[in-house]
Design a protein around this ligand. Structure first.
Ligand SMILES: [Zn+2]
Length: 405
């Protein structure tokens, strides 16, 4: 049925270039509008707008519209709103896409419209400061329990650190004094810096150079769950953290991005923001279970959790392990890396029937997937990496893998 009257005018506003994608996540063909903010958003974002009703009142474009509301949307729209609410978004600040977790999308919407974080430059947000400290719940490596740990992110030191016990740099001294007039004793508490007692050593020092943070709510089992990876002796280490306050967690995430941004600005002088921003954090290309066998191909297949992170294929016994059992470098086709469906005919011992063979200059890696769809998606992920020519610095990484004991 053709829309009539004011709804037809609304269709004209909707087909304007700026209104063709969601104002908050970029998803095409938004079919909801916020009448109070004057933006068109997708259905998923409209649900998040509903959770802040004092800021945003949403209406479906399928509803019946009256002339005044259509006029309002015509006068506003996504470009006008962007100029107002996204005036001063720092280059490093993460702008979520529709595929990102709810936490990131909701906090982006609240930062823009509820907290007005990007309207005034004078308002220095805590994630921009270059230094951040606070407590996060960190998953214990051995028992899997989350315990409160102090974290310090310091751009000056080029590192994120965490401490197992409270940082003991001050101590309370109780001093007994005698009143000079009446000779009564009284107590006073002095907080004193104690030079002889050093602050405890950090449990881990994660260099900003190799730091990556990625939200993993499903894997960690918490809506604010963040996975932080870093390299130690060129091997990947994982820690899993969360904060019970959603804004705090997203601020930590953006503080890490800010620190990485400033680090890269120094490392690559003259590089544009557009070149640096994609390097701040990266989502894994693919994760999931596969079976693998050992280098002799006779070891029997074992189920392992695999993570494809850029050119590193890592496998873990448990998805929340602190470090990988093994890491494989995946180069490019120019350097004799290939991925093939299936396994060599003589191979036995797998339980899952959908095989994958990765050929590298050194050896073949054999994997088995549970379903055909998983096999197809893994092959597509490997293919994307193999089809991309290697960057100069990736040759150094490849060489390091080859000389691993
Ligand atoms: Zn959206």
């Amino acid at each position: 049925m053709e829309p009539e009257g004011d709804n037809r005018l609304l269709q004209d506003v909707l087909t304007r270039a700026d209104n063709e994608t969601c104002a908050d996540c970029g998803n095409p063909e938004p079919d909801w509008a916020s009448l109070t903010l004057g933006v068109f958003v997708c259905q998923a974002c409209s649900l998040l707008h509903r959770s802040i009703p004092h800021i945003s009142r949403v209406k479906s474009v399928q509803d019946t519209w009256d002339a005044s509301d259509v006029e309002l949307m015509a006068a506003m729209g996504n470009n006008v709103a962007k100029a107002k609410y996204e005036q001063k978004v720092p280059a490093f600040y993460y702008r979520p896409k529709h595929t990102d977790c709810k936490l990131l999308r909701e906090q982006w919407i609240r930062a823009k419209y509820e907290r007005n974080e990007f309207e005034f430059i004078e308002k220095q947000e805590p994630y921009s400061a270059g230094y951040r400290e606070g407590f996060l719940w960190k998953r214990g490596r051995d028992n899997g329990q989350f315990l409160s740990r102090k974290f310090i992110l310091s751009e000056r030191e080029g590192a994120l650190k965490y401490f197992n016990k409270h940082d003991v740099s001050t101590i309370r001294l109780v001093v007994i004094n005698t009143c000079m007039f009446c000779s009564n004793t009284f107590y006073s508490v002095v907080l004193s810096m104690l030079p002889p007692f050093k602050a405890r050593d950090p449990k881990a020092v994660m260099k900003i150079e190799t730091l990556n943070a990625t939200f993993q709510p499903a894997k960690i089992g918490n809506p604010c769950g963040l996975q932080i990876t870093y390299l130690k002796d060129n091997s990947t280490r994982n820690i899993f953290v969360y904060h019970s306050d959603a804004k705090e967690m997203v601020d930590w995430f953006n503080a890490i991005r800010a620190a990485r941004f400033h680090y890269l600005q120094v490392a690559y002088p003259g590089a544009s923001d557009e070149e640096l921003v994609p390097k701040l954090t990266r989502n894994f290309m693919r994760e999931g279970f596969m079976e693998k066998t050992g280098p002799k191909h006779t070891e029997g297949f074992k189920k392992r959790w695999f993570t494809m992170d850029d050119r590193r294929l890592m496998y873990f016994k448990d998805p929340l392990d602190a470090y990988a059992r093994g890491e494989v470098f995946i180069g490019s086709k120019e350097n004799s890396y290939t991925v093939l469906p299936g396994l060599p005919p003589t191979i036995q011992g797998y339980h899952w029937n959908h095989g994958i063979t990765i050929v590298t200059p050194d050896r073949k890696f054999l994997f088995a997937c549970e379903t055909e769809a998983e096999q197809r998606d893994w092959i597509a992920a490997f293919q994307r990496v193999i089809n991309r020519p290697m960057r100069p610095q990736e040759y150094a990484v490849e060489a390091h893998f080859k000389h691993k004991p």
